[in-house]
Design a protein around this ligand. Structure first.
Ligand code: COI
Length: 355
């Protein structure tokens, strides 16, 4: 049997758990008692520990604050009916973290540190995993530069932290999106595929304009021609047109390799639902909205899960999507993924670790 990494654990003196209203969770506002921390210096990760969640001390010259060497992941843990905690696709998150790290000149994080930090932290704070339908423990692993140096170069020291938050739905109702053809999220050769803080910072201004106009999110288009749909601000996107699912490919380096996206694609293939990984053009989308061949549009993401899209603005005009039938792909895939995550359906893909 694999031995556990011996992590020093400092527990909180008074848990905040009794203060939490689990029936009223706002996404990302409630943080659990503990966090896992590891420090990188002299070419290796050391000082692995679990300690009370709390403020960090940073020097004003901290490199992340100036140049944004910062990457993160989002994953979820679920409580099953037997009280076990099930973590969804942790290995995929670990792999993607390291892909982002490579692009951002940050050190690789060994799998053992990621997995041991993750599982021991979740085990310690297992009472924070909600049990209500649709609720889960959102897990936020992230890494950032800690050098105190304001020259522009990769930092030589880093911190890796995992903390967790009990959450409900990110979107509590179907979303409205606007096709963005002026601002750009990512260009080929840029950092679009990396889960790095700057991508999110750059998206805030355009997203805010759309939110002021009544939309929840943008549908980003390619940076060169603004004619091809890429992804949305918090999720990848999929469309079902004339019975065929279409989602943007991830080989341009401009699109986040979503783990929910990948899970949906795997299930669609197993179910023989026709699916194309190709760019949907804005004009194809507009035509499908006008002639009624757009059956479904939905986002896929860890936080967003499967988020139904109800309204799309293309070229200044709003289109409301038709009501979906009960056997719509997005309902089926949401039910199957929820079944796997909450332990009601068989985990045939090896996606779950149980704690
Ligand atoms: C996630 O889905 O985990 C993300 O990182 C998206 C974030 C905007 C909440």
């Amino acid at each position: 049997m694999k031995t556990q990494l011996a992590l020093p654990i400092t527990k909180v003196q008074n848990s905040r758990l009794p203060e939490i209203d689990f029936s009223n969770l706002v996404f990302g506002r409630t943080i659990s008692d503990h966090m896992f921390v590891a420090d990188y210096k002299d070419g290796e990760w050391s000082d692995l520990r679990i300690e009370p969640y709390g403020p960090l001390s940073l020097n004003p010259a901290n490199a992340t604050l100036h140049y944004g060497q910062s990457i993160f992941e989002g994953m979820k843990a679920y409580r099953n009916d037997d009280g076990k905690i099930l973590v969804f696709r942790a290995e995929a998150n670990w792999r993607r973290l390291n892909e982002s790290a490579e692009r951002m000149c940050m050190p690789e994080l060994p799998e053992e540190i990621f997995m041991e930090g993750l599982t021991q932290l979740i085990d310690l704070d297992r009472d924070w995993v909600p049990s209500a339908k649709g609720a889960s423990l959102y897990v936020r692993p992230y890494m950032f530069a800690t050098d105190d140096y304001i020259g522009v170069k990769p930092s030589e020291t880093y911190k890796f932290i995992i903390f967790t938050c009990p959450v409900g739905n990110y979107y509590s109702k179907p979303v409205s999106v606007k096709v963005e053809t002026k601002f750009t999220r990512a260009n080929e050769g840029g950092t679009g595929a990396a889960k790095t803080a700057g991508n999110y910072a750059a998206s805030l201004y355009p997203a805010l304009q759309a939110q002021k106009a009544g939309y929840d999110q943008l549908l980003w288009t390619d940076g060169k021609s603004h004619s091809k749909i890429e992804e949305s601000g918090t999720m990848n996107v999929m469309f079902k047109i004339n019975g065929k699912l279409i989602t943007a490919p991830t080989n341009t380096g401009t699109i986040l390799k979503g783990i929910t996206r990948d899970s949906v694609i795997q299930l669609a293939k197993e179910w023989n639902d026709p699916l194309e990984e190709r760019f949907l053009t804005v004009s194809e989308l507009e035509t499908a909205l006008i002639d009624g061949t757009l059956d479904e549009a939905f986002g896929t993401g860890t936080a967003a899960t499967i988020a139904h899209i109800q309204r799309i603005n293309v070229n200044g005009k709003d289109y409301i999507l038709p009501a979906k039938s009960e056997d719509a792909f997005s309902y089926r895939v949401l039910a199957e993924l929820d079944g796997i995550k909450y332990g009601h359906a068989a985990d045939q893909h090896g996606w779950i670790i149980s704690i």
